[in-house]
Design a protein around this ligand. Structure first.
Ligand code: HEM
Ligand code: PLO
Length: 493
């Protein structure tokens, strides 16, 4: 068990005052690669000082399970960070808020609101399919010219989230949609630039262009979302919630604060700020992660045309070209699910998750860990561990099939994290990835522009790990030459 390593002490990088271990972290590598390299020499569990913060880095599956699952509740804290505190009004959100009874209630409320629009609901499917339909039409209108798929994909995913959160559907070029995409971009560029590891709180006192851009983008976001919130409050009824905002507004009336059924003070109830921050976060998380995963998978399909063809033959066999793909096709398209999983394994969008902190004195691998310690779980190294994955750098969806050809999910595959801090959007994300990819690959094929090199697969780490821009050429598949909706096919909605 975990006591086996308790006799030796936890390896730790050297440190200097103020800088901590930073001078030993040179080389300009992004954290997930740097930590993976350090784990080769120090072992899978080691510690270092990020500036003044004592930080434990977990690089293997066994210790990650201990932190996320076995002792998940003890490690469910979040550190306070300058940029995310600005982003979330001091932690009135889910992802960056430290553990508290109110947070727990809030998270449960968000979870149940998502379930309302969740997998079983045909509304969610309708929302996604109508957005997919316009995306397909837009891509097919390229008529053989090469283009960067990222703006169209991001716009389609943003549209899904806008409908889900506040019932807005936008046409191409709508100024409000453009405003949303612009402020989001401003936040993405300025928040947690080297990954989600904010180090020095005192940096905020220096004139800082990046921080003012962040503040500006947040102000634009707040204006827009406050307007939506006021509109929703004015038209709220007791009937079925129209969207996530309705569900949150209705849900907070019932439960009150801290899950104790009363609302005594501002500190223990879900306030307008919480509702606003939740909507903003569902937004940010919904757009960045889903569009990034889609773009990674497309990039790998360009490298592996044989994988694309195999997904398409599966689609031809199980769906055909006479109708749109729907949620109930999911079980019949196992290979596509494997492709999605393999994409999230080889390029996890959140390679070191969000930093965790110990809420009490605890232990990892038999080493005692004191309260307040930061813990980074390096999912990248877990997803590339040669002890658990054969040729981990190879894109090979078959590794998610067992020898009977049935789907099998290895336990060291955790793209959404696990335990009390597991992603709340997992089922929504999986549904979106499935419907987007299935519909795209049913209707068109992606290939490299003539003479172009295949996409760079290194990626760039910002708030998520993103592929560098690349170009594609799409060609309609048989039956879809006329555009997105096939003649004679049933209308999508
Ligand atoms: C947290 C992955 C999509 C909402 C997380 C975490 C990961 C993750 C790794 C952090 C877990 C941790 O810190 O231990 C992903 C991936 C996605 C995705 C790979 C898509 C491919 C979404 C979507 C939403 C969402 C669509 C919402 C609409 C959240 C929230 C948290 C979170 C609110 C914070 C949970 C907490 O701290 O308690 N996600 N996510 N995610 N995700 Fe996702
Ligand atoms: C993306 C930019 C948005 O404007 C704000 C936002 C909110 C939630 C964040 C998301 C950003 C990035 C991806 C995050 C998500 C919460 C969970 C998700 C960090 C910053 C992941 C992958 O962990």
């Amino acid at each position: 068990s975990s006591s086996s390593s308790s006799s030796s002490s936890l390896p730790c990088l050297p440190r200097l005052p103020v800088l901590g271990s930073l001078p030993w972290l040179g080389g300009g590598l992004p954290p997930h690669l740097l930590f993976t390299r350090l784990a080769h020499s120090l072992g899978p569990l080691f510690s270092l000082y990020l500036g003044p913060h004592f930080t434990v880095v977990v690089n293997d599956h066994r210790h990650a399970k201990e932190v996320l699952l076995q002792r998940g509740r003890e490690f469910a804290g979040r550190p306070s960070m300058v940029t995310t505190d600005l982003l979330t009004r001091g932690g009135r959100d889910i992802a960056f808020a430290d553990y508290s009874p109110l947070w727990k209630f809030h998270r449960r409320l968000v979870h149940s609101s998502f379930t309302l629009f969740g997998e079983g609901s045909s509304r969610l499917q309708d929302i996604v399919l109508s957005s997919v339909d316009s995306l397909c039409a837009e891509l097919l209108s390229s008529r053989g010219r090469s283009f960067d798929p990222s703006p169209a994909v991001t716009r389609a995913v943003t549209n899904v989230v806008c409908t889900l959160v506040f019932s807005a559907t936008y046409r191409h070029g709508d100024p409000e949609l453009q405003e949303v995409m612009r402020y989001n971009d401003g936040i993405v560029q300025t928040i947690a630039r080297g990954g989600l590891v904010d180090i020095y709180p005192w940096m905020r006192f220096f004139p800082n262009r990046s921080l003012s851009k962040l503040k500006e983008s947040i102000a634009v976001r707040d204006r827009l979302l406050t307007r939506k919130l006021e509109e929703h409050k004015a038209s709220l009824s007791d009937g079925d919630p129209r969207d996530l905002l309705d569900a949150l507004l209705q849900g907070r009336r019932g439960g009150g604060g801290g899950g104790r059924g009363r609302r005594s003070s501002e500190d223990d109830s879900i306030t307008d700020d919480h509702v606003l921050m939740t909507a903003a976060e569902a937004f940010g998380a919904g757009v960045e992660t889903t569009s990034t995963s889609l773009l990674w998978i497309l990039a790998y399909l360009l490298h592996h045309p044989e994988v694309q063809e195999r997904v398409q033959s599966e689609l031809d066999e199980c769906v055909g070209s006479g109708r749109a793909v729907c949620v109930s096709d999911r079980a019949r398209l196992p290979y596509l699910e494997c492709v999605i999983n393999e994409g999230m394994r080889i390029r996890p969008v959140s390679p070191v998750l969000i930093p965790h902190t110990a809420l009490t004195d605890s232990s990892i691998g038999g080493h005692s860990i004191s309260r307040g310690t930061r813990v980074l779980v390096n999912m990248w190294s877990i997803h590339h561990d040669p002890k658990h994955w054969d040729k981990p750098d190879l894109f090979n969806p078959d590794r998610f099939l067992d020898n009977q050809g049935q789907r099998a999910t290895p336990s060291c595959f955790l793209p959404f994290g696990a335990g009390p801090r597991v992603c709340v959007g997992e089922s929504l994300a999986r549904l979106e990835l499935f419907l987007f990819l299935a519909s795209l690959l049913q209707r068109m094929s992606f290939r490299l522009p003539h003479g172009a090199p295949p996409p760079d697969l290194q990626g760039r780490l910002g708030v998520v790990l993103q592929p560098l821009p690349y170009k594609v050429v799409v060609t309609p598949r048989p039956g879809w030459e006329g555009g997105a909706t096939q003649e004679g096919a049933e209308p999508l909605l």
